[in-house]
Design a protein around this ligand. Structure first.
Ligand SMILES: Nc1nc2c(ncn2[C@@H]2O[C@H](COP(=O)(O)OP(=O)(O)OP(=O)(O)O)[C@@H](O)[C@H]2O)c(=O)[nH]1
Ligand SMILES: [Mg+2]
Ligand SMILES: [Zn+2]
Ligand SMILES: [Zn+2]
Length: 231
């Protein structure tokens, strides 16, 4: 939950967070690791997508997960079954991860694992369509998920997330036939706000679109690996 802050204090808070995010990014860059921040409303499908991603891409890519949840380790425990480093961060009353919380996770990765062996750190943010987009955690790119059950108007009503996203996954497209919804209209609403965003419709259930998502992940990793390391 957010403290009530006046505008100046709010700006200071974001400024301090930005410094923390820069610190985190230096770690990732030193390790040659790509970090992506996955954000969405509660239940849009972040953890299921991570499960499918770990199942398909490991061991091709060495992945670690930083899992943000307010109170439980339910999602972290689901992902630990894939035999990858999973760092759980409980945010308490906060409805988003901030850079300082993620720094704790990064330092734990550094202590307990060999982060230079990693290719990719995937951060699952707290389910919230608003403020995670404002608090950078040191990621190289932001991935927003919007499920078809949430409605075509959500990009317009919650613009910050969709303006900030580098990649938008429209999730649960297997459910689209049962809903009064057109995926093209979601895409058009997003493009109004953010013409450059990469849009990938997916269904974790049917597998549709997942190969495009995996290819986008591979390209993100490749773009940040030092030349002598890339295959
Ligand atoms: N039909 C369908 N259901 C899905 C799909 N992906 C996820 N779900 C369901 O949506 C629900 C929420 O999925 P999660 O992956 O837990 O969502 P989340 O975004 O991680 O949720 P929070 O971490 O609580 O914000 C579960 O019941 C999933 O089975 C999909 O592609 N199709
Ligand atoms: Mg989850
Ligand atoms: Zn918040
Ligand atoms: Zn540090």
């Amino acid at each position: 939950m957010h403290q009530t802050v006046d505008a100046a204090l709010g700006i200071n808070l974001l400024h301090a967070n930005q410094e923390g995010a820069d610190h985190n990014r230096v770690h990732f860059d030193e390790w040659g690791v790509t970090c992506l921040n996955l954000m969405s409303s509660p239940g849009a499908g972040k953890t299921v997508l991570l499960e499918k991603t770990l199942a398909a891409l490991r061991p091709e890519l060495k992945i670690a997960v930083i899992e943000g949840d307010m109170t439980t380790e339910l999602d972290a425990d689901r992902l630990r079954q894939y035999d990858v480093p999973v760092i759980a961060i409980n945010t308490g009353r906060s409805c988003h991860l901030d850079a300082k919380m993620v720094a704790g996770g990064i330092h734990q990765l550094k202590q307990d694992h060999r982060p230079t062996d990693l290719d990719l750190v995937l951060v699952e943010n707290v389910g919230n369509l608003v403020c995670p987009a404002e608090f950078e955690v040191g990621e190289h790119a932001k991935v927003a998920l919007l499920s078809v059950t949430e409605g075509e108007d959500k990009p317009l009503k919650y613009p910050v997330m969709f303006q900030a996203a580098d990649c938008l996954l429209i999730t649960k497209i297997d459910l689209a036939p049962y809903l009064d919804i057109e995926i093209e209209r979601i895409v058009a609403n997003v493009r109004q706000l953010n013409p450059r965003v990469k849009v990938i419709p997916v269904s974790a259930q049917s597998g549709d679109g997942l190969e495009r998502w995996f290819d986008w992940l591979r390209s993100q990793v490749r773009s940040r690996k030092p030349a002598h390391q890339s295959a």
